[in-house]
Design a protein around this ligand. Structure first.
Ligand SMILES: Cc1ncc(COP(=O)(O)O)c(C=O)c1O
Length: 444
């Protein structure tokens, strides 16, 4: 087939792209013009297999008609309804659906729009909760090195990615960080949860609580599987220990499930997969299959009741919210998405196909430049040996060549991250991993 390249009818210059090397991108842009199921189409007519579900978010595959139709219907019916002091049926229905998917007694849902906003909301709810209990002095927030919790000042404060913090001066003042759990010397090429490292959770008690005193600490926030920092899988027993220490000292435990939510680990939430119930879960991305922004926080009943019942009747209980919290078009998208996940049993599918995915990514052991492969559910991180003095350059080259070969990967630092839509077939997994192997064999 002859591909006719259309001239661009837009200029590249005015746009400032996020988390992108703008000059490099504009010199050789990569433009998608349409998407369907497992593939994108580029502006030069090439099909690209989506190995990353967009940005870890298109869990049911692209442009699914059921979701698209629901969005169109909602727009024909009601475009917007005020988030404050007014309601619409969709937001109650979706909160109820999410409640049913959540573990334990996490049964109240606060809506926001992005993962970053969900994180800020969760941190604020933690502070408001302790204050309502008469323990407003509990206001230290604990994150983790290498954690990613979005880009709000709350998220970068508890987050632990140096590049995301270094330009921005003051962070939230009362924050500390657990050590990250990544140790390639002990755990390289682990399949699933690594055996070594549960004791790293003890740092919460032996160093952080010892330093700040538990009576000052509000909450601990971690990604159950750290995604953006390169797919760091929690060591066996690690999350359980965090939970136990938080319980012992009255700290809230927040799981940031913006990536791990909605089937990525083979269950609705990683909390269920790991059998560890946090006090709050943040979610975003997959809740609408990335069609329309929607995010939120799921909180335990006791947290909701405490904050609500502490305010005088008739008064706003939590001075927090967004114009688009529970936007009707977003909740219509979420309702259709959650229906699709249920009908197509996509979380089960992710669980069933995960062993094939695991075997496939581990065939990269021994391929040139590969120094670690790790995986959990439908997430994998493949670490490349960096080129001397050029951090990230080899991995970025690999990303570009994979794109030329027709597969979309994601690169963070020296790690190629994979997180395909949960509908990926076995053959497509083999195609994705085969393309990466082919690229790495030719890469200097
Ligand atoms: C764990 C986690 N939290 C928060 C965010 C931020 O989400 P957003 O980019 O929608 O603000 C992300 C984004 O990747 C994430 O992975």
């Amino acid at each position: 087939m002859t591909i006719i390249m259309k001239p661009r009818d837009y200029d590249l210059q005015a746009l400032w792209k996020p988390f992108t090397a703008n000059r490099q991108f504009k010199a050789a842009p990569r433009i998608f013009v349409s998407a369907r199921d497992m593939h994108y189409t580029t502006d030069d007519g090439r099909q690209v297999l989506d190995g990353t579900a967009g940005l870890w978010c298109v869990n049911a595959g692209h442009s699914r008609p059921r979701i698209v139709d629901a969005i169109k219907r909602q727009l024909d019916t009601m475009d917007y309804s005020p988030a404050f002091q007014m309601g619409h049926p969709g937001e109650f229905r979706v909160a109820d659906l999410i409640r049913q998917l959540a573990p334990g007694d996490l049964d109240h849902v606060f809506f926001a729009n992005s993962g970053s906003e969900a994180v800020d909301s969760a941190l604020k709810i933690a502070l408001a909760y302790h204050r309502a209990r008469g323990e407003g002095h509990r206001n230290v927030l604990i994150g983790r090195e290498r954690g990613y919790h979005g880009v709000g000042f709350g998220g970068i404060s508890v987050g632990g990615i140096p590049a995301n913090r270094k330009a921005y001066g003051s962070m939230l003042p009362r924050v500390d960080h657990l050590p990250h759990t990544h140790n390639p010397e002990k755990n390289a090429f682990s399949r699933g949860q690594p055996a070594w490292g549960a004791h790293l959770a003890d740092d919460l008690e032996t160093r952080i609580i010892a330093l700040h005193d538990a009576s000052n600490i509000a909450a601990v926030i971690v990604e159950p599987v750290a995604g953006s920092t390169g797919v760091l899988v929690p060591p066996k027993g690690y999350l359980e220990r965090l939970r136990a220490i938080c319980d012992k000292h009255g700290l809230l435990l927040i799981f940031d499930e913006v990536i791990t939510g909605f089937g990525r680990t083979g269950r609705a939430f990683a909390a269920e997969t790991f059998g560890v119930v946090p006090d709050m879960i943040t979610f975003a991305k997959g809740v609408t299959n990335a069609t329309i922004p929607l995010s939120g926080v799921i909180v335990r009943r006791q947290i909701y009741d405490t904050v609500i019942n502490n305010a005088p009747p008739g008064m706003v209980e939590l001075f927090h919210g967004y114009t688009y919290s529970g936007h009707p078009v977003a909740t219509a998208a979420a309702e259709a998405t959650l229906g699709l996940y249920h009908e197509e049993k996509l979380f089960d599918r992710a669980r069933e196909i995960a062993p094939h995915f695991e075997n496939a990514v581990h065939t990269l052991k021994g391929v040139p430049h590969v120094i670690d492969v790790r995986n959990f559910g439908l997430m994998a991180g493949i670490d490349l040996e960096p080129r001397p003095g050029k951090p990230g350059a080899r991995a970025f080259d690999a990303f570009l060549r994979c794109f030329e070969q027709g597969v979309l990967t994601r690169v963070t630092g020296e790690t190629i991250a994979l997180s395909p839509p949960l509908i990926i077939s076995r053959n497509q997994i083999d195609e994705l991993v085969g393309a990466i192997a082919g690229v790495l064999r030719k890469l200097d």
